[in-house]
Structures are given as C-alpha cells and as structure tokens.
Design a protein around this ligand. Structure first.
Ligand code: XBP
Ligand code: MG
Length: 263
C-alpha cells in the first residue's frame, strides 16, 4: 500500500517539551498560591494521564483535602491551564525546546516526496502553533494538511480518537499513513487506529515497553546525530530516511495483507 501521509505526535516526538510543560505547570501553581510541586519523578507518573487539564484534575483527586476544597480546586482547573498555556507558549517562542534530531530533515524529505504531513496531539492548538512557528517559521502550519489536537476529541490518548480524527480529515485509510510517537499512550492510540507506528523514546519514556511499535529508535537521526549502530543497521543507514521509511511501511502493509489473505 502506498505511503501518503506522516502523522506526528508533538510533545516528546517533534520536540522534547515535557520538561518545559512541567516547569510551566509548577510556576503557574505558584502564581495561584497552590503549594503543589510536580517533581520529575512525580511528573513521569502523571504523564500517564494525557491532557494538562485532565492531569491537574487527576492530581487533585490524590490530595487529602475536604470535599468542598476539592470542588473549589476543580473549578480553578480551566484558568490554571489557560495561564500555564500562556506561559508555556512564551517559553517555546523563546526557543526553549529545539526540534528533536532528524525531525526537520524528515519533514522536508516527506514534502519533497509529495507526502502529506499531519499532527495528532493531546496538547492545545496554541502549543502546537508556538512550536511549529518557532522552528519552521511563520506560515509553517500551512505545511501540515491536518492539525488534530487538544479538545477536538473527548477521549484523549490512549484512545484512538485523535488519530481517527486526523485520518478522517486527511481522507486516507490508516494503511496509507505512518504515525510517530514517544509514549505508550501515544503508541496505543496510533495502533488502535490501525497505524504503522515509529516510536522515538524521550527522557520521560526511555525504558517503557514499546513491544507493539513497528519501529523503535532513540531519535530519527541526521548527519549531526547518527543513530546508534544497532538501530542504523535496522534502518539501513545512519538515520531514518524517508525512502527507507516508505519501504519499511510497504513491507509491513504487504505482510499484513498476505496474513489476512491466509486466514
Ligand atoms: C502530551 C500531553 C499533553 C502535554 C501537556 O501530548 O499529554 O497533555 O503533556 O500539554 P502529545 P497540555 O499527545 O503531544 O504527546 O497542558 O496542553 O495538555
Ligand atoms: Mg507525546
């Protein structure tokens, strides 16, 4: 089956943004006079909950506070998240998070090959806009056929909804697309949507179980950041090139259709 679109997760995949999210959350909690601090170990746990608002609500649920206080805190969540997003987008605009190695290269190679680009992310549209504009320039959003993100869907990752939304906007079947993810939630979502999925692990997901990934790499790689030898052997070169990706995808879709025919 031909490869017609690449669908990218944002946080952890396009850029290693979660440390900046974590700092933006903590600074915002201070501004709301909340004695909360999300340390790195705690944040790694909280990342199992997709969505900043959902993550704050989950955290409030773990606090030993009276019901009335819990209700008061829950009512604050939308304004806390709005303020955190305003701070986060400013940090991103200041160049806080570079694109991960090989992302700009693969985006350019895909466009060169006439393949569509898309985003499927849990984060807010403002955050996606800030990151793409900062690193790919004003108007770079137009390079993406589809940006599916944030509250466009009710069920966030690991539910497949945001990927199904992206596929329906692209008007493409899953077997003509490839997804790029960094987390288990994201991998589950992409696989549940039927997508060939490349995982590039981040500092927050290193060591997690990605058995179901169709390809797992430390990063996409480029001339300045070649892949480790064992991974380079898997992709036939020092980085994951678009042509190699296309042949891995075509082989996988050919194998799965011949398995289906054998049933
Ligand atoms: C990762 C997430 C997001 C971010 C925080 O999104 O789960 O919630 O952690 O961003 P992705 P918000 O699907 O791109 O990996 O506060 O805007 O939710
Ligand atoms: Mg992610």
């Amino acid at each position: 089956m031909s490869l017609e679109a690449l669908i990218f997760d944002v946080d952890g995949t396009l850029a290693d943004t979660e440390e900046t999210h974590r700092q933006a959350f903590n600074y915002t909690f201070l501004r709301f006079d909340l004695k909360w601090e999300w340390t790195k170990p705690l944040y790694r746990e909280l990342l199992k909950i997709s969505g900043g608002k959902e993550r704050i609500n989950h955290y409030i649920g773990t606090l030993a506070v009276p019901l009335a206080e819990r209700a008061r805190l829950c009512q604050l969540v939308p304004s806390i998240h709005r303020e955190k997003t305003a701070l986060y987008t400013q940090l991103i605009a200041d160049g806080r998070c570079p694109l991960r190695p090989g992302v700009a290269r693969l985006l350019a190679e895909a466009q060169e090959a006439g393949v569509w680009l898309a985003v499927a992310s849990t984060t807010t549209a403002a955050n996606v806009d800030a990151l793409l504009t900062r690193h790919l320039g004003r108007g770079s959003l137009r390079q993406f056929h589809t940006i599916a993100c944030g509250d466009l869907v009710e069920q966030k990752k690991p539910a497949p909804d945001i990927y199904e939304r992206a596929l329906s906007t692209l008007g493409l079947p899953a077997d003509q697309c490839v997804a790029f993810e960094d987390s288990r939630n994201g991998l589950y979502a992409a696989k549940a949507a039927g997508l060939f999925t490349v995982v590039t692990t981040s500092q927050w997901t290193e060591g997690d179980d990605f058995t179901d990934a169709d390809l797992q790499l430390s990063y996409l790689g480029d001339a300045d950041h070649p892949l480790p030898p064992a991974q380079a052997a898997r992709v036939g070169g020092p980085w994951l090139g678009f042509c190699e990706l296309r042949s891995l995808h075509e082989k996988a879709t050919r194998d799965s259709s011949s398995e289906a025919a054998a049933l």
